[in-house]
Design a protein around this ligand. Structure first.
Ligand code: PLP
Length: 396
């Protein structure tokens, strides 16, 4: 009655956090500040409400499974602008499918692209450790073996591709890579991306690039895998990239994103969605179309994140291994004991943060590498963020 692989999944990090903190009393007399969840609280543009209202009559129609043509055209235009892609490198008909938030698409990829066996053995799904939890959920739901790759700080928090054995590559069916990375905010450079795309082709696995933080950065825009594929000049074989409006446009509740990439993979993905997908309702599809065509709010939002990271630098200085992340909106702070710090911050500062070990899988024979860390989602306004950071500096 149950896929026994799923028994290996721990409770979801936010459930574990509730179990840890709910029995405790947050510091009395202080407003609660939740920095545990990566849920952007920046204002989103009025066009969201306007477009939803103008299209409300379309709730009476089933939406198309790949997303409307207008949405996919807006996405292709955005990709072309953002990544300077030559005309025709991606087109709406063959390369793009809309998803109702990228989580479901990332998860579904594991179900679609996991064969019964690879190289005569159970297929492997590779991912960095720590990682976005959906990757492991997908791998285990697909009855594959997740492989959690270390991401040491002195290796720019990226998995060491040279440390992966030939036997592992031969059995690999999927590799999830997040750039900019949640939680460390690191970005893969052109050499790294070129290597991993090459490895996907040599060993015939699907490289899933989770680029949902692509529009939030402190200095240089993160490189996209599509740009690297463009420069390699060998098409999009073995590559899928995910993008989301949740972080870019601060609309996590809209549930709107897309996947772009290898037409052969996209057509399998779209076929599976015909059976089991839940396409975005047309008013949401129309709103997503308008958002991908609008940049002002993205620039403003990015600026607000940059101000908050500057503030964090002022308040935290060089404590807790602070560094300004290159991308994304998290602080990944080395506080020695993440669980202990999360409890103290809740009890003494009413600030809710996520212990790093809840995002990090246990690997046999090794200490959980997330234990020293806490993750802070810098998603609030400047004032609230400043207040939280000052409390954190004081309590820790
Ligand atoms: C790394 C990463 N990927 C994907 C997602 C999913 O985002 P959504 O389903 O809102 O598009 C998140 C959300 O927190 C994330 O942090």
């Amino acid at each position: 009655m149950y896929n026994t692989h799923l028994a290996r999944l721990p409770d979801y990090p936010f459930q574990r956090l509730r179990d840890l903190l709910d029995p405790l009393t947050p510091a009395p007399g202080l407003s609660e500040i939740w920095m545990s969840l990566g849920e952007p609280q920046h204002p989103y543009p009025p066009l969201v409400a306007e477009t939803m209202a103008a299209n409300a009559h379309l709730y009476g129609k089933y939406p198309p499974n790949r997303g409307s043509e207008a949405l996919r055209a807006a996405i292709v235009d955005w990709l072309g602008r953002r990544y300077r892609l030559p005309d025709g490198m991606v087109n709406a008909a063959e390369h793009v499918v809309s998803v109702s938030g990228t989580r479901e698409g990332l998860f579904m990829c594991a179900l679609i692209f996991t064969p019964d066996e690879k190289a005569g053995e159970a297929p492997l799904v590779l991912m960095p450790n720590p990682f976005y939890q959906c990757y492991a959920g997908g791998a285990l739901a697909a009855r594959a073996e997740p492989v959690y790759l270390p991401t040491p700080r002195d290796a720019n928090f990226l998995p060491d591709l040279d440390a992966i054995s030939a036997e592992t590559w031969a059995r690999t069916t999927l590799f999830y890579l997040c750039s900019p990375a949640n939680p460390q905010g690191t970005m893969a450079d052109a050499d790294y991306l070129q290597r991993i795309i090459g490895l996907a082709r040599t060993h015939d696995f699907v490289l899933i690039m989770d680029e949902c933080y692509a529009e939030i950065y402190t200095e240089e825009p993160p490189l996209g895998a599509l740009e690297v594929a463009r420069d390699m000049g060998e098409g999009l074989d073995n590559l899928l990239c995910f993008h989301s409006l949740s972080k870019r446009s601060s609309v996590p509740g809209l549930r709107a994103g897309f996947v772009v990439g290898d037409p052969a993979l996209i057509s399998r993905f779209a076929k599976m969605r015909d059976y089991g997908g839940s396409p975005a309702p047309l008013p949401i599809d129309a709103t997503a179309t308008a958002l991908w065509r609008e940049e002002r709010h993205v620039v403003d939002s990015r600026h607000l994140y940059q101000q908050k990271f500057d503030l964090a630098e002022q308040v935290l200085g060089n404590r807790f291994g602070f560094y300004k992340p290159k991308g994304g909106f998290f602080l990944w702070l080395d506080v020695g004991d993440g669980v202990g710090a999360a409890k103290r911050l809740w009890c003494d500062a009413a600030v809710r943060v996520l212990p790093g070990e809840y995002l990090t899988a246990d690997v046999a024979g090794e200490a959980n590498s997330g234990i020293p860390y806490i993750r802070l989602a810098m998603v609030h306004d400047l004032e609230t963020t400043g207040e939280a950071l000052r409390r954190i500096a004081e309590v820790l």
